[in-house]
Ligand binder design. Structure first.
Ligand code: AMP
Length: 182
């Protein structure tokens, strides 16, 4: 099947409920990165994706995460997915995307970024978080305070991994992977 023929969200294996939520965002067709990555992500396979800013990469990882996590609930302090972003601004954008889509799917979201109080972040972690979006520094602060356990983690996204590399975060991420995300 050519990409033109396979140009609908309905063909990617997403649930009907999520397709209806996508309709509210007025996305008519999947972008090329969505077309290529969503079916593979839904199979639970690892993906290394490269696409320029503005090509829909947030939805490419967010949509399968919502569908995969929709069937169960998270436990206190045990997030089921982790999205790491290099900057507060990017983490906030990712969080807004999830907030806009996740309400009908009853998924809880927490944003862990620096420059904001720990108290509200602690409260959310304690209630149970399905989708955790964080910058590496604040995530490590919460881990060091004993606020997060990764026993239930199913999905890890490293957003803008090239920028993570440029900003010197890779040793932190390698350390996280070795210690907690095996
Ligand atoms: P991103 O590359 O993730 O920063 O997305 C860039 C913009 O494209 C955001 O405003 C998204 O809401 C929007 N977008 C993502 N996927 C689609 C799509 N399939 N159709 C139309 N707009 C989209």
């Amino acid at each position: 099947m050519s990409e033109d023929e396979l140009a609908s969200f309905k063909d990617l294996g997403l649930s009907k409920k999520l397709i209806s939520s996508i309709g509210k965002l007025h996305f008519k067709k999947p972008t090329p990165i969505q077309l290529k990555s969503i079916p593979i992500a839904l199979m639970g396979r690892d993906i290394l994706g490269c696409a320029q800013t503005g090509t829909g990469k947030t939805a490419a990882f967010a949509l399968p995460i919502i569908d995969i996590l929709s069937s169960q609930k998270s436990k206190a302090r045990m997030p089921r997915s982790l999205i790491l972003a290099p900057t507060r601004e990017l983490a906030e954008q990712v969080s807004i995307f999830f907030e806009n889509l996740s309400a009908p799917h009853k998924l809880s979201i927490a944003l862990l970024i620096g420059g904001t109080p720990f108290s509200e972040q602690d409260r959310k972690l304690n209630k149970g978080v399905d989708i955790l979006i964080a910058t590496p520094g604040r995530l490590i602060d919460h881990i060091n305070r004993g606020n997060i356990l990764f026993n239930s983690l199913k999905i890890l996204v490293i957003d803008e991994a090239d920028r993570m590399l440029d900003m010197g975060f890779i040793p932190d991420i390698e350390q996280l992977m070795k210690k907690y995300l095996k």
